[in-house]
Structure formats: C-alpha cells, structure tokens
Write a protein that binds this ligand. Sequence first.
Ligand SMILES: Cc1cc2nc3c(=O)[nH]c(=O)nc-3n(C[C@H](O)[C@H](O)[C@H](O)COP(=O)(O)OP(=O)(O)OC[C@H]3O[C@@H](n4cnc5c(N)ncnc54)[C@H](O)[C@@H]3O)c2cc1C
Length: 415
Amino acid sequence: MSGEHLDHADIVIVGAGPAGLSAAVRLRRRGLGRVVVLDREPSAGGIPRHCGHYPFGVREFGRLMKGPAYARRNVAYTRAAGVEVITGATVTALGEGPVLTLSMADGVRSISASRVLLSTGVRETSRAQRMIGGTKPAGVISTGALQGLVHLQSLRPFCRPVVLGTELVSFSALMTCRHLGIRPVAMIEPNGMTTARAPAGIFPRLLGIPLLLGTQIEEIRGRDRVEAVVVRRRSGSTQTIEADGVIVSGQFRPEAALLKNSHLRIDPGTGGPQVDQYGRCSDPNYFAAGNMLHPVETAGWCWREGQAVADAIADSLEGRIPLPEGALRLAIEPDPLKYVVPQVIVPGEGTAPLGRLQIRLSKPARGRLVLTAANGDTTMLDRVDNRPERRIIVPIKRLKAVDAGEARIAIEEGR
Ligand SMILES: Cc1cc2nc3c(=O)[nH]c(=O)nc-3n(C[C@H](O)[C@H](O)[C@H](O)COP(=O)(O)OP(=O)(O)OC[C@H]3O[C@@H](n4cnc5c(N)ncnc54)[C@H](O)[C@@H]3O)c2cc1C
C-alpha cells in the first residue's frame, strides 16, 4: 500500500447515507472517541440527497421531509455529534487489520481502525446487466442517475422517455419526471402485475401514462440519442414506441465492488457481505448495515438499522457480543427463494440488530417455509403467499433448537 496514512480511528464508516450517518452518531453517543465517515461523493447524505420528494424523516425526526432536506439534517446531526465526515474519499480496498485504502483528490491514503462499518448502499441493475438488445445511443439511464442529473445538476436529460420497471423506485422516477415537466410515454413491466403494491398501478394512469404489463423491452433503437423502443407483449406481438430516453429502474443490487477484491465472504443471495445477527462480517472487525445487506429497504429502515448495528459494534469492543463460534449457517433453496439475511446465526442470548430473518423471493410462491437442519430435522418457519421484492420476516428465536452446522431454507410449494 502506498500514500499518506490518515492515522487511526476508533471506527471508520464507509458510506455517508442514512445507515452510516445514524451509526456514526450512535457510536459517538456510546463514547467512541474518533469516528470517521468516508464518502466518495462531494457531499454526504447518500441517496436521499437526490430524492427530491416526500416522504422522509417522519420516524427519525418526527417531520415529513423531502429527501435533500432529510439528507442535510442527517449530516448536520452527525457533524454536531463530533463525527469527522470526509467527502471526496473513495475507499478502494478493504484490508485485514482493519486498514482501508482510499483515493482522494490529492492522492492515495490509508486509514486503520478498531472496527469498520460498511454502509455503501445499493445501485440499480443497468441495461447491460439486463442484456437489453439494440443500438447503444445516449439517454438510457437509471433512476438514480436521472435524479442526480435533475436534482443535483439541474439538467433535463430527455422529454419523452419509457420507464422500465414498476418497483417503488419506478414511481419515484415518474415523480422526478413530473417535477421537470418530462412526460414518460409508457411504463413497462415484464410481469403480469406491478411489483409495488396496489394501488401503485393507478398512479401512471392518473398521469395519463400507459402501463404495459406482461411486456418486455426487446430492443432500443437510435443513433446518437434514443429514438424508439421495441417491446414484445406476452402474446408475442411487438410494438414500436417512439421515445427519446429509457429509465431502467429498480432491480437493486448492493454496491459491492469493494467486497469483490476483499477477504470478506460474499453472500450469493444478496450479493452483499455475509453477516451474522450482529451485522458482523466474516472478518469480525468488519460490520455492515443498510441497503448493502438487503436490496432494498427505505431510508428510515436503514437509519434505524445503522443505529442498532452501531450498538453491536460498541458492544463488540467491550467484549459483550458472543464470539462467532458454533454458528448455524443458513443456505437457501434458490428459485423461488432469493436471499436470507442474516446468513449466520451465532448462539447466545441478547438483543441483536438483525434479530429477525429477512427473506425475499425471486418469483411468486405460496407454501410452507421450512428449515432443514444438517441432521435432517425440519422446522416450519412460516406460511408464505408472497411476491418478489416483498419481505418475509421470521424471528430468529424460531431457530433456537437447531444445532450448529449448515441448514437449508426452502419453500414446500402449494402446501
Ligand atoms: C434511485 C433511488 C431512489 C430511491 N428512493 C428512495 C425513496 O424515495 N425513499 C426511500 O426511503 N428510499 C429510497 N431509496 C432507497 C435508498 O437507497 C435508501 O432509502 C437509503 O438511502 C439507504 O441508505 P444507505 O445508508 O444504506 O445507503 P445510501 O443512501 O445508498 O448511501 C451509501 C453511500 O455510500 C457511498 N459509497 C458507496 N461506495 C463507496 C466507496 N467505495 N467509498 C466511499 N463511499 C462509497 C455512496 O456515495 C453513498 O453516499 C432509493 C434508492 C435509489 C437507488
């Protein structure tokens, strides 16, 4: 490693979104001396900085706020608590120790810590990752990029885009468009129903935007800019929609580039770090909180989780959380299960920040959610009748009788 050493901090937090900032304040209140938050952006606050709409902040601050005001308030609270918030600092490597390498405008630095909290959030799945065919014109962007252009740079990237996806964030994209007088020409959903709960589907219709369910984008056309989008219906028929942009929204995945080259174990289900119920990673000096653990939850959820994991970090420094030994490791039967968080359950009493299993599906399923232990014993965890992107919550105390080793969670469908 080269470059100047930024010295040692008690805690270094990577990511100044709601999770990282709330954790930082909590750690200072728990008596930690030097708490440093690093963020690659020029300003702290995370995703809410560019969510120029309600509703943020009700549970955290007792006030209904738009995202940018909420982000500013989070940052002000953090600085007032005596936390060092360093922006323009991209963490590029996570090392044992722990020691982090970061890239700043004036060069490469490193910083060591007693504990590191990772809270780098999520990103949407890009056009390339979804393998959408056609030409490669400008004007195909994610909701996050759209919001950044509109709210942070006051730009208007297109006038008549197609919106791909019907998750909550896709409706957030519609609101962002409305803010600038951009009129989407269609909202497209490959499944037969909207991913966001009813009555979300009414919203585009109220705005006069056709909602095309059971429809795929087959091809994007255009030379320099998007000129048209070819869609295919379930019936097999195709339609060409004239448009000057495409908003590729949702299908969140953790911002996990840092993990890929690190020594930390990655969970194949979430794509984020593997953690136990304390938010502790496979290297016990590293913890994680916020959306990088579970793509995707609201800002309020991540904020509260940041605080709770901060308590576990402070407890770990005082030797008050159980050592990661004799653990139960959870694996899932993929399709229809997508992920479970936490993936490791350490035996012991006490409150844990991730004290409930959060489970998601990759496709709709109905049946019995069953855990099969290494010795073949089965425990029914819940009955489910659920769709993708909707959380299933199971208290981990239901796993108490299960011995250490690997256990599998599966859905016995239709029972
Ligand atoms: C486009 C979009 C719109 C959304 N709209 C809403 C909404 O309206 N309401 C809502 O409740 N939730 C919304 N969400 C979900 C939102 O992500 C969470 O609500 C919340 O911001 C998550 O907090 P977090 O702290 O986990 O992560 P984030 O807020 O994502 O913060 C992560 C931070 O980590 C930083 N970072 C990442 N990698 C590095 C690195 N290597 N080095 C340094 N810094 C790094 C990023 O710059 C970022 O500031 C939206 C998400 C997206 C992507």
